[in-house]
Design a protein around this ligand. Structure first.
Ligand code: GLY
Length: 352
């Protein structure tokens, strides 16, 4: 598959003006949530035609529902959207996932551009064509693969993000570096995210997004190598779900960071991934993200949560492990006993 068009810029308004100047459309719709309407829309408003129509939805993953989706379709219909209309999705993963799905289905598909406004959205959700909404208590249960016509990535939107949100996205950047190459991985460990040099972050972000872009171009429908992007997510999703069940929710990227350490411990056991790299990464993660605390009483629940992952096949929990940095191995099955050993080792590394 051809690579998706991604524009990296420190001036999103100008990039957007050039981009939409080259597209023939009748009406332009901009989908925002209540937060991005206030914080991000002002950065692009001057680049939009006066006739552009703004649709605002409630912010937060709890609103990533069929009901919100229907409200977007209703607004498109009421305001005369046609197959020639263009939609801009301005927001984090919730807006780009829901907006992408809304556009993919409206009149069987209208064109759309994603403008991610969070680091997590820029490095992951906005790129690669996964769209959808939550349903029946399950995340992203209803959706479709439908890539945006273009993605505009800019650090300009990130200046006002809470540090916790930057760290959450940064965990996905660490993941991309771990599956791709040691040099980028080291640059990420050296970068000072507490006082970001935004131009340098844009360069690192570009390298990171391009890792995903290359993998998705090779395997858009996640039949093979795209599963490498799940590194850290099998255990990470279990941590995230446990944190919600225990009413102490943790951000997605934090759960991925801790999950990555556990999965590298499994990688050491099964594929001889170097233990020095795990110790170094665990120290970095402990310093910046703290620890996800749990006891041996939670092991069975965590394991049970992993068995529900939608990436599993034929009753097996499906892991992506690493032989070395840049050498992922997909479709790995591991023994339950080894998962519990990895939890023990994680708790030692994180002083629990
Ligand atoms: N979030 C991983 C992927 O898009 O495949």
């Amino acid at each position: 598959m051809e690579s998706q068009r991604i524009i990296f810029t420190s001036d999103p308004g100008r990039a957007l003006a050039e981009l939409i100047g080259g597209i023939a459309f009748d009406t332009l719709f901009v989908l925002c949530d209540t937060h991005t309407r206030e914080m991000s829309f002002p950065h692009i408003v001057e680049s939009l035609p006066p006739s552009a129509r703004v649709i605002v939805i409630d912010a937060g993953d709890t609103h990533k529902t069929l009901q919100t989706l229907a409200s977007v379709w209703a607004e498109l219909s009421q305001h005369g959207a046609t197959r020639k209309s263009l939609m801009l999705n301005l927001g984090g993963g919730m807006v780009t996932d829901l907006g992408g799905f809304a556009a993919a289905c409206f009149k069987r598909g209208i064109r759309f551009i994603n403008i991610p406004t969070s680091l997590l959205g820029a490095v992951d959700a906005a790129v690669g064509g996964k769209t959808g909404v939550n349903f029946n208590g399950l995340k992203n249960e209803i959706g479709a693969f439908c890539p945006a016509d273009a993605v505009v990535v800019s650090t300009r939107f990130l200046h006002t993000l809470p540090h916790e949100e930057l760290l959450s996205g940064y965990a996905e950047m660490l993941k991309h570096a771990l599956i791709d190459n040691a040099e980028t991985y080291r640059s990420l460990l050296d970068f000072d995210l507490s006082a970001p040099d935004w131009d340098r972050l844009l360069v690192l972000l570009k390298e990171s997004v391009q890792v995903k872009q290359r993998i998705v171009a090779e395997d858009p429908f996640e039949k093979g190598i795209r599963k490498a992007l799940n590194l850290g997510h099998t255990v990470g999703h279990a941590f995230e779900s446990l944190s919600h069940r225990q009413e102490r929710p943790v951000p997605h990227g934090y759960a991925v960071a801790w999950g990555t350490v556990c999965e590298l411990l499994l990688s050491h056991h099964y594929l001889k991934f170097p233990s020095e790299t795990i110790t170094q990464l665990a120290a970095y993660i402990y310093r910046h993200y703290g620890a996800f605390p749990f006891t041996c009483k939670d092991y069975e629940t965590l394991y049970e949560l992993m068995t529900h992952d939608k990436k599993n096949e034929a009753g097996h929990i499906n892991f992506t492990l690493l032989k070395a940095i840049g050498a992922p191995v997909i479709d790995q099955h591991v023994d339950k006993e080894q998962v519990f050993v990895a939890f023990d080792l994680y708790r030692d590394l994180f002083k629990l």
